[in-house]
Structures are given as C-alpha cells and as structure tokens.
Design a binder for this molecule. Structure first.
Ligand code: BGC
Length: 310
C-alpha cells in the first residue's frame, strides 16, 4: 500500500510539469494612444490588475505622443512579429490603423479596441465610453451653465481620433437645440497642454464675450483653465471638459472648470485584458462594452480632493 502510494506520488510529480507546460500562458498586448499622461496610467493599472488576476503575460506599449500614428502602426507590426496572442488598442487614428488591425485578425490574433474605436468590423469588441452620448452630455452641461446662449470654443484633441470626433458630434447635437449658442471656433490642441492654453488665449482675445469652452480630451480643460484664470475670467467663461486627472480636478474644485465628464480608463484596461483572454479561450465576448461616465461638479471635486489630497 505504502509502496503504491509513493508510486502514485512519483507518477504525479513526473506528470505535473508536463501538464503545466501544456497550459499556455497567454501573451496580451495593450497599445494606448500614448504612454504619457495620467489617463493612460490609470488604464495601465487596470490592465495590470487583470493580467495578475487571470495569469496573463501583459505588454503595455505605445507611442510617446498621441500624434504618432505611424509609430503606433509599427508597434502593432512588431507585436505581430513577436507572436503576441491578442491585442487591445486605442487607435490614434480610426482609419489609418485599420489595415494593421485587419492584418492582425487575418493572422488569427484577436483585436479589441479600447477607449477609441477603429473603422473596421473585424475587431472583436469596442470597450470604452459611449463617446457620442458623453459629448452630448457635455453639451447639455455647458448649455445649462451659460444659460442657453453665447459664444463657445471647442478645443479638439488629435483630429482623426474616433472617440474625439464622436464627442464633438454629440456636443454639437446638444447645443444645436439652443439657437442662441454659437460655436465661434473649433481647434485641435494635438493633445498638448500648451497648445490648449494658446488656443484659449487667442479665443479670449478674439471674443471678449466668450461664454463657454468645451475641452474634448484630457488636455483641453486644464489648458483652457490656465488661460481663463490668467485672463481673470474665472466664472465668467464656463469650462466643461473630460477626465478628472489631478490638474483638472483641482481647477474644478477651485471653480475654474465647472463640470468634468469622467471616464473609466481603469475599467477599460481591466476589461480589455479579461475579454481578450476569454476570446482566446473560445468564449463569445460582447461587441460593445460601454464602460460609463460620471459628471463631476466643483462640489464633488472638492470632496474627491479631500479624500485623496495629492
Ligand atoms: C481620451 C483619450 C486620450 C486622453 C488624453 C481622453 O479623454 O479618451 O483617447 O488619449 O483623453 O488625451
């Protein structure tokens, strides 16, 4: 009996590594629009948490600026050469990334888009904000803040990014319900805070009676807020932006920014890894996952800063 037991034990010791070797560890890559900025740091944390929880090998790699479309294409090419199993991507440009996304899919590498979509139905899923709806929400907030009338500036991010174009579309639809609201300028800051500041300075010079500003991505509102503060127009020019990154949250608590549409980038990163793993295991995953938004007011921003005063 003793002999039998130890024999069984030896057998299991011998077979265990073989079983482990058969159980492949998936290698999943998440490619953000850029590696810089608080927004993407939060997405990375979510992806890392899921990788740890589901035992996946994670590569989080992206260009250093959101304008580097070709660099992002090269990154995907490299990942395919390296033999990565699945890819989650936030395309810097919703059209330019289509061929490389389709190439990945044709090689059997499942792709989901995260945060921003691409113009292809080959991707398995889009995981992120419903951007048109979120832009519409921003428009409704700004319209309310400026009493349904006045001149408005739109600070776009990088032209070509699907999520930002959808936000502008939703925003315009909301403000078009107010005949006395006039969009006087729409400019792209190329996801550069200094440019967002300069665009606002110029708009404030050109339109002394500017009533409101819509910051379409994470760089718009903080740049606009700095310019409005320096011009001594806090409260006179209302600002609605996206993403409660620390700078924007502080401006909101101070009352320089009146509302923030807060996305859930941590959730996006987490779900991208989780769903890609499920897809690799042959499970069906949803075509669209709306990760939701929250509207943050100055009151809430104050509370959030008190809760984590960094
Ligand atoms: C957008 C991202 C963008 C980030 C920083 C966010 O609002 O969802 O696509 O990369 O701002 O610009």
């Amino acid at each position: 009996m003793v002999c039998l037991l130890s024999g069984g034990l030896i057998a299991s010791l011998i077979t265990l590594p073989a079983i482990q070797a058969q159980k492949k560890q998936w290698h999943i890559a998440i490619v953000p629009k850029a590696l810089t900025g608080e927004y993407w740091v939060r997405c990375k944390k979510g992806a890392e948490a899921a990788a740890k929880q589901f035992g996946v090998r994670l590569t989080f790699v992206g260009p250093s600026a959101e304008t580097e479309v070709d660099k992002q294409i090269d990154i995907i090419e490299n990942l395919l050469t390296r033999g990565v199993d699945a890819i989650g991507i936030s395309p810097c440009d919703g059209k330019a990334l289509v061929p490389v996304i389709e190439k990945a899919v044709s090689k059997g590498v499942p792709v989901v888009t995260v945060d921003s979509d691409a113009k292809t139905n080959k991707r398995l899923s889009y995981i992120g904000t419903n951007n048109e709806k979120a832009g519409e929400l921003a428009g409704q907030e700004l319209a309310k803040l400026i009493g349904g009338k006045g001149k408005v500036l739109i600070i776009q991010g990088v032209p070509g990014a699907e999520n930002l174009m959808q936000r502008v579309k939703g925003f315009k639809r909301a403000v078009s319900k107010f005949p006395q609201i006039k969009i006087v300028s729409e400019q792209a800051c190329q996801s550069d805070l200094t440019r967002a500041l300069e665009i606002t300075e110029n708009a404030l010079r050109a339109h002394a009676d500017l009533a409101g500003i819509f910051g379409v991505n994470a760089y718009g509102a903080p740049g606009a807020a700095q310019a409005v503060k320096e011009a001594g127009k806090v409260g006179e020019v209302k600002i609605v932006g996206f993403d409660a990154i620390p700078t924007t949250l502080r401006y909101c608590a101070e009352g320089v920014v009146q509302a923030i549409v807060e996305q859930r980038p941590y959730r996006m990163g987490y779900l991208a890894v989780r769903y890609l793993k499920e897809a690799l295991e042959g499970k069906k995953i949803p075509r669209i996952v709306d990760t939701g938004v929250d509207i943050i007011t100055p009151e809430q921003a104050k509370k959030m800063l008190l809760a984590s005063p960094k």
